[in-house]
Design a protein. Structure first.
Length: 295
């Protein structure tokens, strides 16, 4: 189907994702993935899926956990039928089981887990699914809003009024995550039951804490709101490097456009896991992926 054959314009997330080792970590345990089906593709009925995951665990086990999460969530989301919240929740639970099972069968991966933040977009609605401290933001008319709540001990203490946001930045327990996929037999992902209504020119940003931990929301808004998505991703990774980049850095920037304003037919239907090698400080880093049989 060409754009001229489409029955009516719809919102389409046009964007990019990038992942980078950062300045300190020897390898990348983050994973980025997105699927944006073209008009006429069978997957169009389910809509688009945008996802970031930040793995944890020794001996590259975190890299395995984030890969399993991304692949399982993407597969289940497009295989199952039913309401978006139900399918998103089922996909996250399936990922939790898949990671746990992999660790049981591969002792070197014992204790691995991953954060995961996903946004599903269908028509003019967006649903969030979230575990851990990776983030999703909405940028609208120059105002940035964090859509996800960090599932960390210090964030919970701030929400409960036990400490201030300033105290949280220097807390000795700032790295304690309350939930992660694969770390426990049971996990309770946050999944929106109702969609957030989107509008043309809205910008959705997803990132791991390797970005949000060192780059301010104001800087994220400045780059995401004023640059094309691919340039915004690279500018934000440079900003993280300028701040020391002590962790892997991953980010996705997606602008909502009407299909009448975008040559959707020229874009691949499945851009899952797309990364591009980017060079900082003399080193080339790209998101490492490992193919696994998860079916």
């Amino acid at each position: 189907m060409t754009l001229s054959e489409a029955t009516s314009p719809r919102l389409y997330p046009h964007g990019a994702m990038r992942t980078d080792n950062g300045a300190v970590r020897p390898h990348n345990e983050d994973r980025v993935s997105f699927v944006t089906p073209q008009p006429g593709d069978p997957a169009e009925a389910r809509g688009s899926l945008l996802l970031v995951a930040d793995g944890m665990g020794g001996h590259a086990a975190g890299e395995v956990a984030s890969e399993i999460a991304a692949e399982t969530i993407r597969r289940v989301y497009y295989e199952l039928s039913g309401p978006v919240p139900h399918v998103l929740g089922s996909a996250f639970l399936a990922a939790n089981v898949a990671i746990s099972d992999w660790a049981k069968n591969n002792p070197e991966c014992k204790g691995m887990g991953t954060t995961c933040t996903a946004i599903a977009i269908r028509d003019d609605g967006a649903w969030l699914a979230h575990v851990g401290d990776s983030r999703a933001y909405l940028l609208r008319d120059g105002v940035i809003t964090q859509l996800s709540d960090d599932q960390t001990l210090v964030a919970q203490m701030v929400r409960e009024g036990q400490i201030t946001a300033e105290e949280a930045q220097n807390s000795p327990v700032s790295n304690v995550i309350l939930q992660a996929l694969g770390s426990n037999a049971e996990v309770t992902p946050v999944v929106w039951s109702e969609p957030l209504k989107l509008a043309a020119d809205d910008v959705v940003v997803l990132c791991t804490d390797g970005l949000s931990g060192v780059v301010s929301d104001a800087t994220i808004a400045q780059h995401a709101g004023n640059l094309p998505p691919d340039e915004a991703c690279e500018a934000l990774i440079r900003a993280a490097h300028a701040a020391g980049a002590p962790d892997n850095v991953s980010v996705g920037v997606f602008k909502l456009v009407l299909t009448t304003d975008l040559a959707v037919a020229d874009e691949p239907a499945d851009l899952a896991g797309t990364t591009r090698r980017v060079k900082y400080g003399g080193d080339e880093n790209s998101g490492h992926t490992r193919k696994m049989n998860l079916s």
